[in-house]
Design a binder for this molecule. Structure first.
Ligand SMILES: NC(=O)c1ccc[n+]([C@@H]2O[C@H](COP(=O)([O-])OP(=O)(O)OC[C@H]3O[C@@H](n4cnc5c(N)ncnc54)[C@H](O)[C@@H]3O)[C@@H](O)[C@H]2O)c1
Length: 271
């Protein structure tokens, strides 16, 4: 997700510093981004000059300190509250006092990240969808601590990236995942209980509901580990059985069947 957000911002004129813990990962993210821009040139959606200009606005770093002068920092690390809280306290120490600190979390309480900082009024959620350069929606998540100015700056940023922002309170799942994940979880439940096959469930939801992809293809795209983290956060918040992760999903994560990112999930992506 981090590379996709960086691509969207660089393409729309922002100077982007892409930070990863290792230079190897940062370089492979930049290579993926370059490939994605190249495909858009091939399809005629972008000129070679626009591609070159976007790449010229991007730099990769490993040092968190390189983010000190950024006006906006969007974290997109693993969906674990402890990891994100630690990162927010580090960013608060490093970044200049006007920097807005945002999270791309899918479900976690933004207020808990905000309270790790000395600037809770300048913390909000800016939630992109996967793949970020393609999907038009961005959820602007407003924790009770955020100032009006922070929320309107986040909205302006999303609009400048040519996205459609919607505003939502800081409640697990926000709008999209609160509605989407009971459906995805129930699809796994149907499969687990042998009601229908993987292919027939995906075919049914595409043909019967007009969805661009079925639930298993979508779970593979999101990542099964991220999906379990999202369901766990939803269950923690609402204690609703629809959010209680189906055992098969958890077992697949234990077996490192994570979807596209590991090469195998409900489908096989090995060539
Ligand atoms: N996958 C999706 O469809 C999707 C969509 C919207 C938002 N998100 C959100 O984006 C964020 C990232 O999701 P993703 O799917 O890109 O996950 P991912 O597993 O592909 O990537 C997570 C990144 O976090 C890094 N990381 C892991 N542990 C870390 C640590 N201790 N400190 C710093 N970095 C660490 C990993 O190296 C990796 O680069 C999550 O908050 C997720 O909820 C995901």
């Amino acid at each position: 997700m981090g590379a996709g957000i960086a691509e969207s911002a660089a393409l729309h004129g922002f100077e982007v510093v892409l930070r990863s813990r290792s230079q190897g990962t940062a370089d492979s993210m930049a290579a993926g981004l370059e490939k994605s821009l190249g495909k858009q040139v091939d399809k005629g959606k972008l000129t070679q000059e626009e591609r070159d200009a976007a790449l010229g606005r991007l730099s990769t770093v490993t040092d968190l300190g390189a983010l000190a002068e950024c006006d906006l920092v969007i974290e997109s690390v693993v969906e674990e509250l402890g990891v994100k809280k630690h990162l927010f306290s580090e960013l608060d120490r490093i970044c200049h006092e006007q920097t807005i600190l945002a999270t791309n979390t899918s479900t976690l309480p933004v207020v808990e990240m905000a309270m790790e900082t000395g600037r809770p009024e300048r913390v909000c959620g800016i939630h992109f969808f996967n793949p970020a350069p393609v999907m038009s929606l961005v959820e602007i998540v407003r924790p009770i601590t955020a100032s009006e100015e922070t929320v309107s700056s986040a909205r302006a940023f999303a609009e400048a990236c040519d996205k459609q922002p919607v505003e939502v309170k800081d409640q697990a799942g926000f709008i999209v995942n609160a509605l989407l994940f009971p459906y995805l979880n129930n699809a796994v439940r149907l499969l687990e209980s042998g009601v229908a096959s993987r292919d027939d469930i995906d075919t049914a939801m595409k043909g019967g509901c007009g969805f661009p992809m079925g639930p298993f293809a979508l779970l593979d795209l999101v990542g099964l580990d991220t999906s379990v983290a999202i369901l766990d956060a939803l269950y923690e918040e609402y204690k609703d059985p629809h959010f209680s992760t189906v055992p098969l999903l958890r077992r697949m994560v234990s077996a490192e069947l994570l979807g596209r990112k590991s090469g195998k999930g409900f489908y096989d992506y090995h060539r």
